[in-house]
Design a protein around this ligand. Structure first.
Ligand code: C2E
Ligand code: MG
Ligand code: MG
Length: 557
Protein backbone atom coordinates (compact mmCIF):
# COMPACT_ATOMS: atom_id res chain seq x y z
CA UNK A 1 0.00 0.00 0.00
CA UNK A 2 2.61 2.67 -0.90
CA UNK A 3 -0.02 5.33 -1.52
CA UNK A 4 -1.59 4.92 1.93
CA UNK A 5 1.73 5.10 3.78
CA UNK A 6 2.70 8.16 1.75
CA UNK A 7 -0.46 9.97 2.69
CA UNK A 8 -0.08 8.91 6.32
CA UNK A 9 3.45 10.27 6.52
CA UNK A 10 2.43 13.54 4.91
CA UNK A 11 -0.45 13.84 7.40
CA UNK A 12 2.03 13.22 10.23
CA UNK A 13 4.38 15.95 9.00
CA UNK A 14 1.43 18.33 8.77
CA UNK A 15 0.61 17.66 12.42
CA UNK A 16 4.28 17.97 13.35
CA UNK A 17 4.53 21.36 11.71
CA UNK A 18 1.40 22.50 13.61
CA UNK A 19 3.00 21.38 16.91
CA UNK A 20 6.28 23.12 16.02
CA UNK A 21 4.38 26.35 15.32
CA UNK A 22 3.06 26.31 18.90
CA UNK A 23 6.60 25.70 20.23
CA UNK A 24 7.82 28.68 18.20
CA UNK A 25 5.07 30.82 19.72
CA UNK A 26 6.30 29.65 23.14
CA UNK A 27 9.87 30.66 22.29
CA UNK A 28 8.72 34.07 21.03
CA UNK A 29 6.62 34.65 24.19
CA UNK A 30 9.63 33.58 26.34
CA UNK A 31 11.90 35.99 24.44
CA UNK A 32 9.39 38.83 24.88
CA UNK A 33 9.14 37.95 28.62
CA UNK A 34 12.96 37.99 28.93
CA UNK A 35 13.05 41.39 27.20
CA UNK A 36 10.35 42.89 29.47
CA UNK A 37 11.90 41.34 32.63
CA UNK A 38 15.41 42.58 31.71
CA UNK A 39 14.09 46.10 31.05
CA UNK A 40 12.17 45.96 34.38
CA UNK A 41 15.24 44.84 36.40
CA UNK A 42 17.46 47.46 34.66
CA UNK A 43 14.95 50.20 35.45
CA UNK A 44 14.56 49.11 39.05
CA UNK A 45 18.33 48.88 39.64
CA UNK A 46 19.54 52.04 37.86
CA UNK A 47 16.35 54.17 37.82
CA UNK A 48 16.46 54.37 33.98
CA UNK A 49 16.97 52.25 30.88
CA UNK A 50 20.37 52.32 29.19
CA UNK A 51 22.53 49.75 27.39
CA UNK A 52 24.85 49.51 30.45
CA UNK A 53 21.84 49.09 32.78
CA UNK A 54 20.49 46.24 30.55
CA UNK A 55 23.94 44.50 30.46
CA UNK A 56 24.26 44.83 34.20
CA UNK A 57 20.74 43.44 34.77
CA UNK A 58 21.57 40.43 32.59
CA UNK A 59 24.95 39.71 34.21
CA UNK A 60 24.03 40.34 37.83
CA UNK A 61 20.45 38.95 38.18
CA UNK A 62 20.25 35.10 38.72
CA UNK A 63 16.43 35.28 38.20
CA UNK A 64 17.00 36.55 34.68
CA UNK A 65 19.48 33.71 34.04
CA UNK A 66 16.73 31.24 34.82
CA UNK A 67 14.36 33.20 32.57
CA UNK A 68 17.00 33.21 29.78
CA UNK A 69 16.95 29.42 29.73
CA UNK A 70 13.16 29.41 29.05
CA UNK A 71 13.25 29.77 25.21
CA UNK A 72 15.58 26.75 24.99
CA UNK A 73 13.31 24.78 27.29
CA UNK A 74 10.28 25.84 25.21
CA UNK A 75 12.06 24.91 21.96
CA UNK A 76 13.06 21.47 23.26
CA UNK A 77 9.68 20.87 24.83
CA UNK A 78 7.96 22.01 21.64
CA UNK A 79 10.03 19.62 19.53
CA UNK A 80 9.34 16.78 21.92
CA UNK A 81 5.59 17.44 22.12
CA UNK A 82 5.30 17.86 18.37
CA UNK A 83 6.97 14.48 17.83
CA UNK A 84 4.69 12.81 20.37
CA UNK A 85 1.58 14.41 18.88
CA UNK A 86 2.61 13.43 15.39
CA UNK A 87 3.37 9.88 16.47
CA UNK A 88 0.06 9.50 18.33
CA UNK A 89 -1.86 11.06 15.47
CA UNK A 90 -0.23 8.68 12.99
CA UNK A 91 -1.00 5.76 15.25
CA UNK A 92 -4.63 6.86 15.46
CA UNK A 93 -4.92 7.27 11.70
CA UNK A 94 -3.26 3.91 11.12
CA UNK A 95 -5.61 2.31 13.64
CA UNK A 96 -8.71 3.73 12.03
CA UNK A 97 -7.63 2.89 8.50
CA UNK A 98 -6.26 -0.55 9.23
CA UNK A 99 -9.73 -2.17 8.97
CA UNK A 100 -10.38 -0.26 5.81
CA UNK A 101 -7.05 -1.34 4.43
CA UNK A 102 -7.66 -5.02 5.18
CA UNK A 103 -11.02 -4.80 3.48
CA UNK A 104 -9.55 -3.05 0.47
CA UNK A 105 -6.80 -5.65 0.20
CA UNK A 106 -9.33 -8.49 0.30
CA UNK A 107 -11.44 -6.76 -2.33
CA UNK A 108 -8.41 -6.06 -4.49
CA UNK A 109 -7.34 -9.70 -4.24
CA UNK A 110 -10.87 -10.87 -5.04
CA UNK A 111 -11.09 -8.57 -8.05
CA UNK A 112 -7.69 -9.78 -9.22
CA UNK A 113 -8.84 -13.40 -8.88
CA UNK A 114 -12.12 -12.74 -10.66
CA UNK A 115 -10.22 -11.16 -13.50
CA UNK A 116 -7.82 -14.05 -13.85
CA UNK A 117 -9.76 -17.14 -12.74
CA UNK A 118 -12.81 -18.78 -14.19
CA UNK A 119 -15.72 -18.59 -11.75
CA UNK A 120 -17.24 -21.94 -12.72
CA UNK A 121 -14.23 -24.24 -12.62
CA UNK A 122 -11.83 -22.08 -10.59
CA UNK A 123 -9.22 -22.70 -13.26
CA UNK A 124 -7.08 -19.86 -14.61
CA UNK A 125 -8.89 -18.04 -17.41
CA UNK A 126 -7.68 -16.87 -20.80
CA UNK A 127 -6.02 -13.72 -19.37
CA UNK A 128 -3.98 -15.62 -16.81
CA UNK A 129 -3.11 -18.34 -19.29
CA UNK A 130 -1.84 -15.74 -21.75
CA UNK A 131 0.19 -14.15 -18.99
CA UNK A 132 1.70 -17.47 -17.95
CA UNK A 133 2.35 -18.35 -21.57
CA UNK A 134 4.21 -15.08 -22.11
CA UNK A 135 6.35 -15.73 -19.03
CA UNK A 136 6.98 -19.30 -20.15
CA UNK A 137 8.00 -18.05 -23.62
CA UNK A 138 10.47 -15.58 -22.07
CA UNK A 139 11.98 -18.19 -19.85
CA UNK A 140 12.07 -20.81 -22.61
CA UNK A 141 13.82 -18.47 -25.03
CA UNK A 142 16.40 -17.49 -22.39
CA UNK A 143 17.16 -21.08 -21.57
CA UNK A 144 16.82 -22.29 -25.16
CA UNK A 145 14.00 -24.66 -24.23
CA UNK A 146 10.75 -25.71 -25.90
CA UNK A 147 7.25 -25.46 -24.59
CA UNK A 148 3.86 -26.71 -25.75
CA UNK A 149 0.35 -25.28 -25.68
CA UNK A 150 -2.72 -27.37 -26.31
CA UNK A 151 -6.30 -26.31 -26.88
CA UNK A 152 -8.98 -28.83 -26.11
CA UNK A 153 -12.62 -28.62 -27.10
CA UNK A 154 -15.31 -31.10 -26.11
CA UNK A 155 -17.08 -32.80 -29.00
CA UNK A 156 -20.84 -32.29 -29.20
CA UNK A 157 -20.91 -30.24 -26.00
CA UNK A 158 -23.37 -27.80 -27.57
CA UNK A 159 -25.84 -30.65 -27.96
CA UNK A 160 -25.45 -31.67 -24.34
CA UNK A 161 -25.97 -28.09 -23.24
CA UNK A 162 -28.99 -27.63 -25.46
CA UNK A 163 -30.57 -30.91 -24.48
CA UNK A 164 -29.80 -31.15 -20.80
CA UNK A 165 -29.74 -27.42 -20.08
CA UNK A 166 -26.97 -25.05 -19.00
CA UNK A 167 -27.08 -26.22 -15.40
CA UNK A 168 -26.09 -29.74 -16.39
CA UNK A 169 -23.69 -28.43 -19.02
CA UNK A 170 -21.93 -26.50 -16.25
CA UNK A 171 -21.83 -29.55 -13.99
CA UNK A 172 -20.20 -31.50 -16.78
CA UNK A 173 -17.62 -28.78 -17.38
CA UNK A 174 -16.70 -28.81 -13.68
CA UNK A 175 -16.16 -32.56 -13.80
CA UNK A 176 -14.06 -32.23 -16.94
CA UNK A 177 -11.98 -29.53 -15.21
CA UNK A 178 -11.38 -31.79 -12.20
CA UNK A 179 -10.26 -34.67 -14.40
CA UNK A 180 -7.95 -32.41 -16.37
CA UNK A 181 -6.40 -31.09 -13.15
CA UNK A 182 -5.69 -34.62 -12.04
CA UNK A 183 -3.70 -35.25 -15.25
CA UNK A 184 -1.88 -31.92 -15.48
CA UNK A 185 0.77 -31.60 -12.78
CA UNK A 186 2.90 -28.56 -11.86
CA UNK A 187 4.65 -26.72 -13.47
CA UNK A 188 2.19 -27.41 -16.28
CA UNK A 189 -1.17 -25.72 -15.98
CA UNK A 190 -4.68 -26.04 -17.28
CA UNK A 191 -7.00 -23.13 -18.01
CA UNK A 192 -10.56 -22.67 -19.19
CA UNK A 193 -10.73 -20.38 -22.18
CA UNK A 194 -14.52 -20.18 -22.25
CA UNK A 195 -17.44 -22.44 -23.16
CA UNK A 196 -16.16 -25.99 -23.51
CA UNK A 197 -12.66 -24.88 -24.50
CA UNK A 198 -9.69 -25.60 -22.25
CA UNK A 199 -5.99 -24.87 -22.69
CA UNK A 200 -3.01 -26.74 -21.32
CA UNK A 201 0.41 -25.17 -21.01
CA UNK A 202 3.48 -27.39 -20.74
CA UNK A 203 6.20 -24.80 -20.01
CA UNK A 204 9.11 -27.21 -20.45
CA UNK A 205 9.27 -30.06 -22.85
CA UNK A 206 12.31 -31.69 -24.33
CA UNK A 207 10.56 -33.76 -26.99
CA UNK A 208 7.30 -33.41 -28.92
CA UNK A 209 6.58 -37.00 -27.82
CA UNK A 210 5.83 -35.71 -24.34
CA UNK A 211 2.83 -33.82 -25.69
CA UNK A 212 1.46 -37.06 -27.14
CA UNK A 213 1.86 -38.75 -23.78
CA UNK A 214 -0.10 -36.02 -21.99
CA UNK A 215 -2.78 -36.10 -24.68
CA UNK A 216 -3.25 -39.86 -24.24
CA UNK A 217 -3.55 -39.32 -20.50
CA UNK A 218 -6.20 -36.65 -21.07
CA UNK A 219 -8.19 -38.86 -23.46
CA UNK A 220 -7.92 -41.68 -20.95
CA UNK A 221 -9.09 -39.43 -18.13
CA UNK A 222 -12.16 -38.46 -20.15
CA UNK A 223 -12.87 -42.04 -21.20
CA UNK A 224 -15.05 -43.21 -18.35
CA UNK A 225 -18.59 -41.78 -18.57
CA UNK A 226 -19.49 -38.60 -16.73
CA UNK A 227 -22.34 -39.04 -14.31
CA UNK A 228 -25.08 -36.43 -14.00
CA UNK A 229 -27.69 -37.80 -11.64
CA UNK A 230 -28.98 -40.90 -13.39
CA UNK A 231 -27.45 -39.98 -16.74
CA UNK A 232 -24.15 -41.34 -17.95
CA UNK A 233 -22.50 -39.24 -20.62
CA UNK A 234 -19.67 -40.22 -22.90
CA UNK A 235 -17.57 -37.19 -23.70
CA UNK A 236 -14.83 -37.00 -26.28
CA UNK A 237 -12.48 -34.14 -26.89
CA UNK A 238 -10.47 -32.76 -29.80
CA UNK A 239 -7.03 -31.41 -28.98
CA UNK A 240 -4.76 -29.21 -31.07
CA UNK A 241 -1.15 -28.60 -30.02
CA UNK A 242 1.63 -26.17 -30.92
CA UNK A 243 5.29 -26.17 -29.96
CA UNK A 244 7.40 -23.11 -29.20
CA UNK A 245 9.50 -21.99 -31.04
CA UNK A 246 8.66 -24.14 -34.10
CA UNK A 247 5.07 -22.96 -34.51
CA UNK A 248 5.31 -19.42 -33.23
CA UNK A 249 7.28 -17.20 -30.92
CA UNK A 250 4.54 -15.10 -29.36
CA UNK A 251 1.53 -16.00 -27.25
CA UNK A 252 -1.14 -14.87 -29.71
CA UNK A 253 0.29 -16.79 -32.65
CA UNK A 254 0.72 -19.93 -30.58
CA UNK A 255 -2.84 -19.79 -29.22
CA UNK A 256 -4.34 -19.07 -32.63
CA UNK A 257 -2.45 -21.95 -34.24
CA UNK A 258 -3.34 -24.34 -31.44
CA UNK A 259 -6.94 -23.40 -32.16
CA UNK A 260 -6.46 -24.12 -35.86
CA UNK A 261 -4.97 -27.54 -35.02
CA UNK A 262 -7.87 -28.26 -32.68
CA UNK A 263 -10.37 -27.55 -35.47
CA UNK A 264 -8.47 -29.87 -37.79
CA UNK A 265 -8.60 -32.58 -35.11
CA UNK A 266 -12.35 -32.00 -34.84
CA UNK A 267 -12.83 -32.16 -38.58
CA UNK A 268 -10.79 -35.32 -38.92
CA UNK A 269 -12.34 -36.72 -35.75
CA UNK A 270 -8.86 -37.83 -34.85
CA UNK A 271 -8.84 -36.56 -31.28
CA UNK A 272 -5.40 -34.93 -31.56
CA UNK A 273 -3.47 -32.93 -34.14
CA UNK A 274 -0.16 -31.09 -33.91
CA UNK A 275 -0.27 -27.84 -35.88
CA UNK A 276 1.25 -27.67 -39.33
CA UNK A 277 1.36 -24.63 -41.61
CA UNK A 278 -0.69 -26.45 -44.22
CA UNK A 279 -3.65 -26.34 -41.82
CA UNK A 280 -3.76 -22.57 -42.25
CA UNK A 281 -4.94 -22.75 -45.84
CA UNK A 282 -8.62 -23.00 -44.94
CA UNK A 283 -8.56 -21.71 -41.42
CA UNK A 284 -8.50 -17.93 -41.80
CA UNK A 285 -11.30 -18.22 -44.33
CA UNK A 286 -13.19 -20.55 -42.02
CA UNK A 287 -12.71 -18.37 -38.96
CA UNK A 288 -13.90 -15.26 -40.77
CA UNK A 289 -16.83 -17.09 -42.29
CA UNK A 290 -17.89 -18.35 -38.89
CA UNK A 291 -18.27 -14.81 -37.55
CA UNK A 292 -19.94 -13.64 -40.73
CA UNK A 293 -22.46 -16.50 -40.75
CA UNK A 294 -23.70 -15.54 -37.31
CA UNK A 295 -24.25 -12.02 -38.60
CA UNK A 296 -25.82 -13.28 -41.86
CA UNK A 297 -28.46 -15.28 -39.96
CA UNK A 298 -29.33 -12.31 -37.76
CA UNK A 299 -29.42 -9.82 -40.61
CA UNK A 300 -31.26 -12.12 -43.02
CA UNK A 301 -28.48 -12.36 -45.59
CA UNK A 302 -29.53 -15.92 -46.26
CA UNK A 303 -31.77 -16.66 -49.22
CA UNK A 304 -34.10 -19.57 -49.88
CA UNK A 305 -34.31 -21.16 -53.27
CA UNK A 306 -37.12 -23.52 -54.12
CA UNK A 307 -37.08 -26.53 -56.41
CA UNK A 308 -40.31 -28.25 -57.41
CA UNK A 309 -41.00 -31.92 -56.80
CA UNK A 310 -43.31 -33.31 -59.45
CA UNK A 311 -45.53 -36.38 -59.38
CA UNK A 312 -44.45 -38.57 -62.31
CA UNK A 313 -47.87 -39.97 -63.12
CA UNK A 314 -50.09 -36.94 -62.59
CA UNK A 315 -47.52 -34.24 -63.54
CA UNK A 316 -48.70 -32.22 -60.57
CA UNK A 317 -46.17 -30.12 -58.67
CA UNK A 318 -46.66 -31.61 -55.22
CA UNK A 319 -44.40 -29.21 -53.45
CA UNK A 320 -41.04 -27.52 -53.36
CA UNK A 321 -37.84 -28.20 -51.50
CA UNK A 322 -36.38 -25.17 -49.71
CA UNK A 323 -32.63 -24.95 -50.27
CA UNK A 324 -30.69 -22.31 -48.40
CA UNK A 325 -28.03 -20.05 -49.92
CA UNK A 326 -25.94 -17.28 -48.44
CA UNK A 327 -25.81 -13.99 -50.31
CA UNK A 328 -22.27 -13.09 -49.26
CA UNK A 329 -21.02 -9.60 -49.98
CA UNK A 330 -17.57 -10.77 -51.11
CA UNK A 331 -18.01 -14.41 -52.10
CA UNK A 332 -21.32 -13.96 -53.95
CA UNK A 333 -24.06 -16.56 -53.67
CA UNK A 334 -22.64 -19.35 -51.53
CA UNK A 335 -24.00 -22.89 -51.79
CA UNK A 336 -25.08 -24.79 -48.67
CA UNK A 337 -22.19 -27.26 -48.88
CA UNK A 338 -19.85 -24.30 -48.23
CA UNK A 339 -21.44 -23.23 -44.95
CA UNK A 340 -23.81 -25.89 -43.58
CA UNK A 341 -20.94 -28.06 -42.25
CA UNK A 342 -19.49 -24.94 -40.61
CA UNK A 343 -22.85 -24.10 -39.07
CA UNK A 344 -23.12 -27.65 -37.75
CA UNK A 345 -19.75 -27.48 -36.05
CA UNK A 346 -20.24 -24.10 -34.49
CA UNK A 347 -23.73 -24.53 -33.14
CA UNK A 348 -25.13 -22.03 -35.65
CA UNK A 349 -27.20 -24.75 -37.28
CA UNK A 350 -30.02 -24.29 -34.78
CA UNK A 351 -30.68 -20.61 -35.57
CA UNK A 352 -30.09 -21.38 -39.26
CA UNK A 353 -32.65 -24.21 -39.25
CA UNK A 354 -35.12 -21.99 -37.42
CA UNK A 355 -34.60 -19.27 -40.02
CA UNK A 356 -35.13 -21.72 -42.91
CA UNK A 357 -38.25 -23.17 -41.27
CA UNK A 358 -39.71 -19.73 -40.61
CA UNK A 359 -39.04 -18.38 -44.10
CA UNK A 360 -40.22 -21.59 -45.80
CA UNK A 361 -43.50 -21.55 -43.90
CA UNK A 362 -43.94 -17.85 -44.64
CA UNK A 363 -43.54 -18.57 -48.34
CA UNK A 364 -45.86 -21.57 -48.08
CA UNK A 365 -48.49 -19.37 -46.41
CA UNK A 366 -48.12 -16.78 -49.20
CA UNK A 367 -48.69 -19.47 -51.86
CA UNK A 368 -51.66 -20.78 -49.91
CA UNK A 369 -53.11 -17.27 -49.86
CA UNK A 370 -52.61 -17.14 -53.62
CA UNK A 371 -54.68 -20.34 -53.83
CA UNK A 372 -51.82 -22.74 -54.60
CA UNK A 373 -51.56 -26.21 -53.06
CA UNK A 374 -47.87 -26.52 -52.40
CA UNK A 375 -46.05 -28.43 -49.72
CA UNK A 376 -42.66 -27.22 -48.59
CA UNK A 377 -39.78 -29.53 -47.68
CA UNK A 378 -37.07 -28.36 -45.29
CA UNK A 379 -33.74 -30.11 -44.78
CA UNK A 380 -32.74 -30.96 -41.24
CA UNK A 381 -29.13 -31.55 -40.41
CA UNK A 382 -27.84 -34.12 -37.94
CA UNK A 383 -27.35 -31.49 -35.26
CA UNK A 384 -30.84 -30.13 -35.94
CA UNK A 385 -32.32 -33.45 -34.98
CA UNK A 386 -30.57 -33.36 -31.63
CA UNK A 387 -32.63 -30.32 -30.70
CA UNK A 388 -35.31 -31.50 -28.27
CA UNK A 389 -37.13 -28.20 -28.72
CA UNK A 390 -37.54 -28.81 -32.45
CA UNK A 391 -41.09 -30.29 -32.26
CA UNK A 392 -42.30 -27.27 -30.30
CA UNK A 393 -40.53 -24.85 -32.62
CA UNK A 394 -42.15 -26.52 -35.63
CA UNK A 395 -45.58 -26.49 -33.97
CA UNK A 396 -45.20 -22.81 -33.10
CA UNK A 397 -44.11 -21.81 -36.59
CA UNK A 398 -46.91 -23.80 -38.24
CA UNK A 399 -49.46 -22.10 -36.02
CA UNK A 400 -48.07 -18.60 -36.40
CA UNK A 401 -48.03 -18.92 -40.19
CA UNK A 402 -51.39 -20.69 -40.27
CA UNK A 403 -50.00 -23.56 -42.34
CA UNK A 404 -51.47 -27.06 -41.80
CA UNK A 405 -48.88 -29.60 -40.61
CA UNK A 406 -49.47 -31.81 -43.70
CA UNK A 407 -47.98 -29.02 -45.83
CA UNK A 408 -44.59 -29.40 -44.21
CA UNK A 409 -42.08 -32.13 -44.99
CA UNK A 410 -38.87 -32.49 -43.05
CA UNK A 411 -36.00 -34.16 -44.88
CA UNK A 412 -33.49 -36.06 -42.81
CA UNK A 413 -30.58 -38.21 -43.85
CA UNK A 414 -29.88 -41.78 -42.82
CA UNK A 415 -26.74 -40.78 -40.97
CA UNK A 416 -28.69 -38.20 -39.00
CA UNK A 417 -30.98 -40.88 -37.65
CA UNK A 418 -28.15 -43.28 -36.96
CA UNK A 419 -26.21 -40.73 -34.91
CA UNK A 420 -28.47 -41.16 -31.92
CA UNK A 421 -31.23 -43.57 -32.85
CA UNK A 422 -33.27 -43.35 -29.66
CA UNK A 423 -33.29 -39.59 -29.51
CA UNK A 424 -34.02 -39.33 -33.24
CA UNK A 425 -36.95 -41.72 -32.89
CA UNK A 426 -38.31 -39.75 -29.96
CA UNK A 427 -38.12 -36.38 -31.75
CA UNK A 428 -39.31 -37.70 -35.10
CA UNK A 429 -42.30 -39.44 -33.53
CA UNK A 430 -43.38 -36.22 -31.84
CA UNK A 431 -43.07 -34.35 -35.14
CA UNK A 432 -44.86 -37.05 -37.14
CA UNK A 433 -47.67 -37.15 -34.56
CA UNK A 434 -48.33 -33.52 -35.36
CA UNK A 435 -49.01 -34.49 -38.97
CA UNK A 436 -45.70 -33.28 -40.43
CA UNK A 437 -44.33 -35.73 -43.03
CA UNK A 438 -40.81 -37.07 -42.80
CA UNK A 439 -38.63 -37.96 -45.72
CA UNK A 440 -35.29 -39.79 -45.87
CA UNK A 441 -32.99 -37.68 -48.05
CA UNK A 442 -30.00 -38.88 -50.07
CA UNK A 443 -31.17 -42.45 -49.64
CA UNK A 444 -28.53 -45.03 -50.53
CA UNK A 445 -25.54 -43.03 -49.34
CA UNK A 446 -25.70 -44.14 -45.72
CA UNK A 447 -25.35 -47.51 -44.14
CA UNK A 448 -28.63 -47.57 -42.31
CA UNK A 449 -30.43 -50.78 -41.68
CA UNK A 450 -33.65 -50.79 -43.62
CA UNK A 451 -35.28 -52.79 -40.87
CA UNK A 452 -34.58 -49.89 -38.55
CA UNK A 453 -35.66 -47.24 -41.04
CA UNK A 454 -39.02 -48.93 -41.45
CA UNK A 455 -39.65 -48.41 -37.73
CA UNK A 456 -39.27 -44.68 -38.20
CA UNK A 457 -42.42 -42.68 -38.85
CA UNK A 458 -41.24 -41.79 -42.39
CA UNK A 459 -43.48 -41.43 -45.42
CA UNK A 460 -40.98 -40.93 -48.23
CA UNK A 461 -37.49 -41.76 -49.43
CA UNK A 462 -35.51 -39.64 -51.85
CA UNK A 463 -33.02 -41.66 -53.85
CA UNK A 464 -29.70 -39.85 -53.87
CA UNK A 465 -28.92 -37.99 -57.08
CA UNK A 466 -25.61 -39.82 -57.50
CA UNK A 467 -27.60 -42.94 -58.49
CA UNK A 468 -30.14 -41.11 -60.60
CA UNK A 469 -28.11 -38.57 -62.57
CA UNK A 470 -26.41 -40.98 -64.94
CA UNK A 471 -28.69 -43.99 -64.66
CA UNK A 472 -29.43 -44.00 -68.38
CA UNK A 473 -25.78 -44.98 -68.96
CA UNK A 474 -24.87 -46.64 -65.71
CA UNK A 475 -26.30 -50.16 -65.43
CA UNK A 476 -25.47 -50.73 -61.79
CA UNK A 477 -26.98 -47.41 -60.74
CA UNK A 478 -30.14 -48.14 -62.61
CA UNK A 479 -30.31 -51.55 -60.85
CA UNK A 480 -29.90 -49.82 -57.50
CA UNK A 481 -32.61 -47.28 -58.33
CA UNK A 482 -34.95 -50.06 -59.46
CA UNK A 483 -34.35 -52.10 -56.30
CA UNK A 484 -34.80 -49.03 -54.08
CA UNK A 485 -38.12 -48.13 -55.67
CA UNK A 486 -39.34 -51.71 -55.12
CA UNK A 487 -38.09 -51.75 -51.57
CA UNK A 488 -39.62 -48.36 -50.76
CA UNK A 489 -42.99 -49.42 -52.13
CA UNK A 490 -42.83 -52.68 -50.17
CA UNK A 491 -42.29 -50.66 -47.01
CA UNK A 492 -45.28 -48.49 -47.92
CA UNK A 493 -43.16 -45.45 -48.72
CA UNK A 494 -43.43 -42.94 -51.50
CA UNK A 495 -40.22 -42.79 -53.60
CA UNK A 496 -38.67 -39.63 -55.08
CA UNK A 497 -35.88 -39.60 -57.69
CA UNK A 498 -33.52 -36.64 -57.14
CA UNK A 499 -31.14 -35.21 -59.74
CA UNK A 500 -33.23 -35.80 -62.87
CA UNK A 501 -31.25 -33.91 -65.48
CA UNK A 502 -32.83 -35.14 -68.71
CA UNK A 503 -35.99 -36.54 -70.27
CA UNK A 504 -34.44 -39.96 -70.69
CA UNK A 505 -33.93 -40.46 -66.96
CA UNK A 506 -37.43 -39.13 -66.35
CA UNK A 507 -38.77 -41.75 -68.76
CA UNK A 508 -36.86 -44.58 -67.03
CA UNK A 509 -38.11 -43.48 -63.60
CA UNK A 510 -41.64 -43.38 -64.94
CA UNK A 511 -41.29 -46.96 -66.21
CA UNK A 512 -39.84 -48.04 -62.84
CA UNK A 513 -42.92 -46.60 -61.10
CA UNK A 514 -41.02 -43.94 -59.24
CA UNK A 515 -43.61 -41.69 -57.58
CA UNK A 516 -42.06 -38.24 -57.88
CA UNK A 517 -39.04 -36.52 -59.38
CA UNK A 518 -36.93 -33.49 -58.75
CA UNK A 519 -34.12 -32.14 -60.89
CA UNK A 520 -32.65 -29.58 -63.24
CA UNK A 521 -34.63 -31.10 -66.12
CA UNK A 522 -37.82 -29.77 -64.54
CA UNK A 523 -36.49 -26.67 -62.83
CA UNK A 524 -33.34 -25.53 -61.08
CA UNK A 525 -33.78 -24.17 -57.55
CA UNK A 526 -34.83 -20.49 -57.77
CA UNK A 527 -35.91 -17.90 -55.24
CA UNK A 528 -39.57 -17.32 -54.34
CA UNK A 529 -40.06 -14.34 -56.62
CA UNK A 530 -38.44 -16.11 -59.58
CA UNK A 531 -40.63 -19.12 -58.83
CA UNK A 532 -43.78 -16.98 -59.10
CA UNK A 533 -42.51 -15.47 -62.35
CA UNK A 534 -41.80 -18.96 -63.69
CA UNK A 535 -45.37 -19.96 -62.80
CA UNK A 536 -46.93 -17.06 -64.71
CA UNK A 537 -44.62 -17.37 -67.73
CA UNK A 538 -45.13 -21.14 -67.97
CA UNK A 539 -48.88 -20.59 -67.67
CA UNK A 540 -48.79 -18.03 -70.50
CA UNK A 541 -46.79 -20.43 -72.65
CA UNK A 542 -49.16 -23.28 -71.88
CA UNK A 543 -46.43 -25.32 -70.15
CA UNK A 544 -48.64 -25.59 -67.08
CA UNK A 545 -52.10 -24.83 -65.84
CA UNK A 546 -53.58 -24.47 -62.38
CA UNK A 547 -56.53 -26.67 -61.52
CA UNK A 548 -58.16 -26.61 -58.07
CA UNK A 549 -55.04 -24.97 -56.71
CA UNK A 550 -52.79 -27.71 -58.14
CA UNK A 551 -49.97 -26.78 -60.50
CA UNK A 552 -50.27 -29.25 -63.37
CA UNK A 553 -47.39 -29.46 -65.85
CA UNK A 554 -48.27 -30.11 -69.45
CA UNK A 555 -46.49 -33.34 -70.40
CA UNK A 556 -44.01 -32.95 -73.27
CA UNK A 557 -45.52 -34.54 -76.34
P1 C2E B 1 -30.32 -32.12 -50.85
O1 C2E B 1 -31.28 -31.91 -49.76
O2 C2E B 1 -30.15 -33.50 -51.34
O3 C2E B 1 -30.75 -31.14 -52.01
C1 C2E B 1 -30.67 -31.45 -53.34
C2 C2E B 1 -29.45 -30.87 -53.93
O4 C2E B 1 -29.33 -31.35 -55.25
C3 C2E B 1 -29.54 -29.36 -54.05
O5 C2E B 1 -28.22 -28.88 -53.92
C4 C2E B 1 -30.03 -29.17 -55.47
O6 C2E B 1 -29.66 -27.92 -56.02
C5 C2E B 1 -29.29 -30.27 -56.16
N1 C2E B 1 -29.99 -30.72 -57.37
C6 C2E B 1 -31.31 -30.73 -57.63
N2 C2E B 1 -31.55 -31.21 -58.85
C7 C2E B 1 -30.36 -31.53 -59.38
C8 C2E B 1 -29.95 -32.08 -60.63
O7 C2E B 1 -30.74 -32.38 -61.50
N3 C2E B 1 -28.62 -32.28 -60.83
C9 C2E B 1 -27.70 -31.97 -59.87
N4 C2E B 1 -26.44 -32.18 -60.13
N5 C2E B 1 -28.05 -31.44 -58.67
C10 C2E B 1 -29.37 -31.23 -58.44
P2 C2E B 1 -27.88 -27.70 -52.98
O8 C2E B 1 -28.95 -26.67 -53.01
O9 C2E B 1 -26.48 -27.30 -53.27
O10 C2E B 1 -27.96 -28.37 -51.57
C11 C2E B 1 -27.02 -29.30 -51.20
C12 C2E B 1 -27.37 -29.88 -49.90
O11 C2E B 1 -27.26 -28.93 -48.85
C13 C2E B 1 -28.78 -30.37 -49.80
O12 C2E B 1 -28.87 -31.61 -50.41
C14 C2E B 1 -29.00 -30.42 -48.34
O13 C2E B 1 -28.47 -31.60 -47.80
C15 C2E B 1 -28.16 -29.26 -47.86
N6 C2E B 1 -29.05 -28.14 -47.60
C16 C2E B 1 -29.61 -27.27 -48.44
N7 C2E B 1 -30.38 -26.40 -47.77
C17 C2E B 1 -30.32 -26.75 -46.48
C18 C2E B 1 -30.93 -26.25 -45.27
O14 C2E B 1 -31.72 -25.30 -45.26
N8 C2E B 1 -30.62 -26.89 -44.12
C19 C2E B 1 -29.79 -27.96 -44.07
N9 C2E B 1 -29.53 -28.52 -42.90
N10 C2E B 1 -29.22 -28.47 -45.18
C20 C2E B 1 -29.48 -27.86 -46.36
MG1 MG C 1 -33.04 -32.42 -49.37
MG1 MG D 1 -30.78 -35.14 -51.47
Amino acid sequence: MPRTSQSLSSNASLLKSKASKHAIFGVVIALVAIGIATLGVAYMKDGGISFDAVVRAQTESPTLWVLDAMPFIFALWGQYVSSIIAYEASAMVIDQTSDLRTQTTIMEQQAMRNATYDALTDLPNRILLRDRLEQAIQSASKKNRRLAVMIMDLDRFKEINDTLGHYNGDRLLKQVATRLQSVIQEPSSVARLGGDEFAILLPRISEVKEVGTIVSKIHKALQSPFVLDTLKLEVQASIGAVIFPEHGTDADTLLQRADVAMYVAKEKQSGFVVYSSKHDEHSPHRLTLMGELRHAIDKGHLVLHFQPKVNVKSNVVEGVEALVRWQHERHGLMQPDEFIPLAERTGLIKPLTHWVLRESLKQCAAWRQAGLNLCVAVNLSAQGLMDMELPDTVAGLLASNDVPAERLILEITESTIMMDKDRALQILTRIADMGVRLSIDDFGTGYSSLAYLSKMPVKEIKIDKSFVMDMENNKSNSVIVHATIELGHNLGLSVVGEGVENAEVLGILDRLNCDSVQGFHLLRPIDGQAFDEWLSKAQEKGDLHIKDGNICLTPAS
